[in-house]
Design a protein. Structure first.
Length: 704
């Protein structure tokens, strides 16, 4: 945009500047008195024609009004809805963008100035994160240095724009790796970006070696831009380490002098605009979209362009202030933002620990979940191995080599855990020593272990399949598969029930029966003590040859079946339908029961709480992030206390209060390789701890 070009009720007075996310910024003055200077942010024409982008851009602009404070210049105006060019205006502050400040200071800032800069901006981020917001656009161009302290600008274009993924320049340097991998902006990403900016301010180079940083700042800055977000400090921790905040005279004299020259030029431009507005005839029609709180703008007139030529280099880098929403869903209006609930902290808790697993776990949503034994040891499968990890410290206690896990693991009591594999073994939870193995169901025997079904007391139910030549004998088809009840105390079979087909490993243990899926759309109830068939039932609308995720409500004996975008609850005895609940457009993952409610997440990252008996909706929450990809198997988990619902989706792990759905925090891990863009999934919950797995890394997050 060129000087004197009109944008809504403003006139450009100094050049334009592209930031790393392709948003154009310029300095402008209002066309009606009082003609205050503002900074405008305008998207490129190609993006402005995209309807979805325009909606996101205006939504982010409205969200940017949420923040206040000395380090955040206020958003004063937003383009109204309509077909015109979208724009956002923020108040002008006499200040230099960081690159111009470095030029005025001779290439880098002194250590006390960098320390004060970092402390103030980290406190501003901590305030934003505590209000459920994330900045998502920190760069040298978004950091202003004013005489009374820094300002943090930078509209959250990372969430509004559809930028070219082939990033270069600062966009490639300052982008946190988890966001480059496809993840959504999160608070640890803000800390990363701030760390890179402080490194630039201290050295004058965008990617300095750690040795080039001042020794007194090296530890704090390098920790801030650690590749793993779990290893970065929170914004408030970084602020405390970098204190003290800016004081009078915190800037080098050369930078202060440049700010004074800039301010003089801008004030002269404001005075010129005031004089032109006063001399102009009252307009008969509004030539452009009016500001919400201003009078009808006057027509533009000729101005003293030459006055601003010397100041353009200092102000062209100014960019719009604002933040990207990091909040629970809710309708936004054009009014001032409503105060947020004080219980809404927004920031994910810092992991208690992170553990490297010996190998990739496999399918991120269907892999064998870890067993949290007595809130002391995490027993986790990793490739062909099983590891025991101290739940409180993350220290690896033992490794069981060459024992790939097949299905759920169980606490056997007596310090032992049951680990299913080629057969099933009883293993010491504290040492990993194998105490005994069910050799009679090992490969090569008449019937080989297939998959676990359930365990209660000293009875273990599982499926087994006929092996060897007998498996190919058509006369033995009725005995091809069987369900076995095994006494883990006596280590012997109690009963076996032929099923005709190999078991699928799907069963629900009720008070009076074991409900088995036959793989053909039917379910059979079996007496769990004697192995007698009690009844067989098909449920209307449940397709054959499909194993949908199911959940039952005990003691109601309801079978809740996930069928694409619907949850259907059937009465197990009789097959009558109890209720149906439909998603608008997403596909449901598996519903999880806790207390009187079912919790479920769909592929569009919406989480629901339903009445388990009647199917009524208690609350629903959208994670508030535009979804460009879906997680095939959205996973819902419940914390050990039952107070927190954890929804694993394509962008993050979201924690909601179980009682009312209030968003508590979001966590994003970093994925690479085949898991690129994947942000982790909750794989287990213990007392006060949730386990999040991403590729080969396991995180322990404190909950409740």
């Amino acid at each position: 945009m060129e000087p004197r070009q009109r944008v809504g009720p403003y006139r450009v007075i100094a050049g334009s500047h592209w930031d790393a996310d392709h948003t154009r910024y310029c300095l402008a003055v209002g066309l009606t008195a009082p003609c205050h200077a503002v900074v405008l942010a305008v998207p490129p024409a190609a993006l402005a024609q995209d309807t979805a982008f325009r909606v996101r851009f205006r939504s982010e602009a409205a969200n940017s009004r949420r923040l206040t404070g000395p380090a955040v210049p206020p958003v004063v105006d937003v383009a109204p809805d309509g077909p015109g060019l979208p724009w956002v205006a923020t108040g002008y502050v006499p200040a230099l963008p960081l690159p111009q400040a470095l030029a005025a200071a001779g290439g880098r800032l002194p250590e006390p100035t960098v320390r004060a800069l970092g402390a103030a901006l980290a406190r501003a981020l901590a305030s934003a994160h505590a209000n459920g917001l994330v900045h998502a656009g920190i760069s040298p161009a978004t950091v202003l240095l004013a005489a009374d302290g820094p300002r943090l600008l930078g509209y959250g274009a990372a969430r509004a724009a559809t930028s070219d993924p082939r990033r270069t320049g600062w966009a490639a340097v300052g982008m946190p790796p988890e966001q480059s991998a496809g993840g959504w902006p999160q608070p640890p990403g803000d800390v990363f970006a701030l760390g890179t900016v402080l490194a630039y301010a201290a050295t004058g180079h965008p990617q300095p070696a750690p040795e080039a940083l001042p020794e007194s700042l090296r530890r704090a800055i390098t920790a801030a831009y650690a590749p793993d977000p779990g290893r970065r400090p929170r914004a408030d921790e970084l602020a405390a380490e970098l204190a003290p905040p800016p004081a009078s005279g915190w800037l080098p004299p050369s930078v202060t002098a440049a700010i004074d020259r800039q301010e003089a030029a801008v004030r002269a431009a404001e005075a010129e605009a005031e004089a032109e507005a006063a001399a102009a005839e009252p307009p008969t029609a509004t030539p452009g979209p009016a500001a919400p709180d201003s009078a009808t703008p006057a027509a533009p007139a000729t101005g003293r362009r030459t006055l601003l030529v010397g100041a353009s280099a200092a102000v062209a880098g100014l960019v719009l202030g604002g933040v990207a929403a990091f909040a629970a869903s809710g309708d936004e209006d054009g009014a001032r933002p409503k105060p947020r609930r004080t219980r809404f902290p927004g920031v994910a808790p810092k992991p208690l620990w992170r553990a490297e697993l010996p190998a990739r776990v496999g399918d991120r949503a269907k892999g064998s979940p870890p067993l949290i034994w007595r809130d002391e040891v995490v027993v986790h499968s990793a490739g062909r191995d099983v590891v025991g990890i101290d739940l409180r410290t993350g220290e690896r206690l033992w490794t069981l080599d060459d024992h790939p896990v097949r299905g759920d693991m169980y606490d056997l009591g007596g310090g032992l855990v049951l680990i299913p594999g080629d057969t099933f073994k009883a293993v010491s939870a504290r040492t990993g020593a194998v105490e005994w193995s069910a050799a009679e169901y090992a490969p090569g025997r008449a019937y080989a272990f297939d998959a676990p079904l359930a365990l209660s007391g000293d009875t273990f139910w599982f499926t087994a399949s006929r092996t060897g030549r007998a498996a190919k004998d058509s006369r033995a088809a009725k005995d091809w598969g069987r369900v076995v009840a095994y006494d883990t105390e006596a280590r012997e079979q109690r009963w076996a029930l032929p099923t005709g087909t190999p078991g699928k490993g799907k069963a629900l243990l009720q008070r009076e029966f074991l409900l088995l899926s036959d793989g053909d759309g039917g379910y059979t109830a079996v007496d769990p003590r004697r192995g007698r068939k009690l009844w067989t039932q098909k449920y209307r609308g449940v397709p054959d040859d499909k194993e949908p995720p199911v959940y039952t409500g005990t003691p109601e004996d309801l079978l809740v079946v996930t069928l694409a975008g619907k949850l259907r609850a059937f009465r197990m005895r009789g097959g009558g339908q109890a209720w149906t609940f439909a998603s608008r457009t997403g596909l449901f993952g598996r519903a999880l029961r806790h207390g009187a409610h079912l919790y479920v997440t769909d592929t569009l990252a919406r989480t629901y709480a339903l009445d388990a008996v009647g199917g009524g909706l208690k609350w629903t929450r959208d994670n508030g992030v535009p979804v460009s990809a879906t997680l095939p198997y959205p996973v819902t988990s419940i914390s050990g206390s039952g107070r927190t619902v954890l929804a694993s989706n394509v962008g993050s792990v979201d924690a909601y209060a179980a009682d009312d759905g209030a968003l508590l925090w979001r966590f994003t891990a970093v994925g690479g390789g085949e898991e690129k863009g994947f942000t982790g999934i909750v794989v287990g919950c213990g007392a006060g701890v949730a386990l999040v797995r991403n590729e080969r890394v396991l995180y322990a997050l404190p909950v409740d």
